[in-house]
Write a protein that binds this ligand. Sequence first.
Ligand SMILES: *Cc1c(COP(=O)(O)O)cnc(C)c1O
Length: 638
Amino acid sequence: MADWTIEDAERVYRVNRWGAGYFEIGANGNLHITPVPGNPQVRIDFKSVIEEIKLEGIQFPVVVRFHDILRSQVAELNQTFRQKIEEAEYQGNYMGVYPVKVNQMREVVEEIADAGEAFNYGLEAGSKAELLTVLAYNTNEHALTILNGYKDEEFMRLALLGRKLGRKIFVVVEKYSELLSLVKIAKELDIDPLIGVRSKITVKGRGKWESSGGDRAKFGLTIAEIINATRYLEEHGMAHCLKLLHFHIGSQLTDIRSVKDAIGEGGRIYAELRHMGVELEYVDVGGGLGIDYDGSQSTNDSSRNYNLQEYVADVVYGMKEVCEQEGVPHPNLVSESGRFITAHHSCVITQIVGEIKPAAAAFDTTAEEGEHVLVDNMRDLHDTMDDSDNVQEIFNDASQWKEQALNAFKLSVISLTELAKIETLYWQIMSRLQPRLKNEEFVPEELKELDYNLSSQYLCNFSIFQSAADTWAIDQVLPVVPITRMNERPTVNCSLVDITCDSDGKIDQFVGEDGITDVLPMHPLQPGEDYYIGMFLTGAYQDVMGDMHNLFGRLNEVHIFSDDDDPEDFYIEEVVNGSSVSSVLSIMQYNPSSMAQNVKRVIDRHVAAGAIKPREGVKWTDFYENCLHGYTYLKHTK
Ligand SMILES: *Cc1c(COP(=O)(O)O)cnc(C)c1O
């Protein structure tokens, strides 16, 4: 296979670019994982993970979580802040928090809290359910707990319970009336709250979430409201409780300039408030630290034009500069980076369960007596075209005849068989034109679509609405690569379709050789052999935003821990079963056991009437019940 190297595969799949040091194409053509970049001896061949999943009898699709990647990201974020703080001789500390909305899975939150213990890394909550979670899981008294989002009185009481338990729990005021209710309840319970205010700063992030900042932002106080808030607290003898200034200009910030601008503006507000006598101790810069999903290192929506080092440097040095100009103390720095912590740690692995071939499918086009002249014309073109003919001319002739044939068919001039022959010949002509387009200097728009129109569709056993909601909702690009055979030339250009009954259930944006492409080169399916693909960087938001479209529900999950002493360098620490049909039906208010009884009654009636043999009736009853308790996705048998 000397005509195809791993470097060629890397050029097609760009694993090094989006893999962030965790993923790489191995010399054997399989995807490899280095879950702790500082320890390259631990290297997992993804194929052996799949083998083990099969051995355990777990059905695909499966979410695979690498807990060590979570830990590595937590360590990297905290260490980078510490390094820059030291290097800049910055006086404050880094006191980061993980926003649980990005992935609220218990195992994920537990792992992050555990990995963050050494750094006093805390948690952030944005709803009552999340607050109840962080109260139970953020038990480190030195770490911060930050509460964002809209709050009711019960929410305030829970926060004050946290204070009673000795936690550094900040209520961030998102709208003015929350301040009044917080002050009222704090007085009633006689507990001093820790208060933050969220500023509606005017800097807008670029990218999909730019409306998180600016005048029309949903959250935050205007400057006037912040000043009023400080006066209100003073009047109530609680000025000393206001300790934190917060801003968040959006998720997945694509351009580093918006980070710099936000630090500049937020820093000024902090300094002015200090001058006014408000003893702020923390500045919380929110989330937004982006992920390079498409590997382009650009301001594309699915990328970013900076790395972690630059982001942290801009926060630390930017704040230092403002403070020194203004002669105010350096505040402790808080960030709420969620996407950065969780995106890499999980992926969805599934098999291709079928191929929807392009239209040039096999159909006998041999000439027959008395065929319509349009069939003859198309066949002539097909038989006589050669490489010296003008591509555009052939395309025009063929397209015109195909259109005429369709009209002729509608007018009963040609038969169904004749139409089938014309369409088959047309697509065969197109597939011969397609490779010649690469050599043409100028390719007209209509011919550019040939690549896409002549590509296959690989049918994947999963639902994008469950596993990759953002690819559907906001055109998020997520890397997709085959798990094996990357040492073979991929000869099938394809897009991916899922198993939902929805034509939107498809993926036709991929990380490609030169940016985003609409088809991905894959390997031909081989009879009797499963072809596994992975969709990567799904650990942030995608993991937890899925819906019940077509009642597919949650996926089976395996949690992988690395282990240097293990021959394969890993073990499956836990298996979490995905949704069974009966569990998703129950959510939709069905009663699976009475459904089973209904079906059994009908079967019994047919048995009584002699239409079904009793033994067979029992089998059908059991079969229905087994399916009811089974997995919602396709059971793929090779
Ligand atoms: C969503 C959110 C975050 C997390 O943002 P990422 O871009 O995932 O880091 C942080 N803070 C607030 C207030 C948020 O709403």
